[in-house]
Design a protein around this ligand. Sequence first.
Ligand SMILES: [Zn+2]
Length: 329
Amino acid sequence: MIFVASIWDCSQERRDVLKNLFYPYHNDFLVSFYYVRHYDPCKLRSSILKLPKEKRLWLDSGGFQIMTKKVHIDPNDVYQYQLKSLQAGDVAFTLDIPSNPTKTFENAKIALNFKKQFEDQGIKLYAVITLDSSLNPEVARKFAKKINKLDFDGIAIGALTKLCSRLWQIGLIIASVKSVTTKPIHVMGVSGYDLMYLLAWLDIDSFDSNKHLKGAKYREYHLITGSLAYVGNHHAYRRRFVRNGFTPCFCPACLQMKKLEKFQESDAKVVAYLAAHNFFVMMQHLRLITLAKDEGWFERLLQERMLRSSRLRKAIEILSRTSLVSRGI
Ligand SMILES: [Zn+2]
């Protein structure tokens, strides 16, 4: 399973820290058209992101930002930008309009007008699907079935965690999509460790997340157990806060910071170091999942995780009772 790490930050200073810490250890990075649209597309990979040639860039269309920031984006602009900025092996997403499957499908069809150009350049084109406000997995299944017949290289499921916090429901939606396609499936906006384990169990191909970056702004420090500690000094009563002492981690970011109190400093770079630590913890979980799957003991790892998480246990139990997954646990 590929973890596509969100790399974009508006501050150049933070971006420099992130790229120095992320690029040597990781291959797949995500940016959103919404944030980079004012930059010259021909310079995005080289001078804006300074992304080494052998790394893969996944360019999201910005559908989620359209919803949250209430801006209008023309799908043609997105596809032209993707064609100018991406290189062979990279992945482009169609423009989704969250909670509007009809418009999202229209936008996907517009992308097919550019399909030959994407193909000639070796860029993969993923169609994004979205649900309406009913969050009915059947809507997702029907949408995926329609998309599956069209000439896309993969199917991406739009920011589910923003739509519902019930893990079992997210699982049902993803499994419904998987039941109608053999194309690679990408899940967008993954915001928790339990979901990461659920995706691995469902054999999903890839996912993206900005959990490491977003949490860092609130001074969230990920723990290897898959929970969080608060290392900031703004809230006195946050659960499980830690403000002093040596970091309980030896990742490249923590080796640099040494003490937890360093993460409280009001310096742009500090947030980037914290984001990098969070990224390394997510990577540790993912490597463990990959190892366990390769070696045939993933079910045991999942059982251990389920003992600690009632929502993951519930999701797996519900999914195991459906015909959507071929095996139970
Ligand atoms: Zn660390």
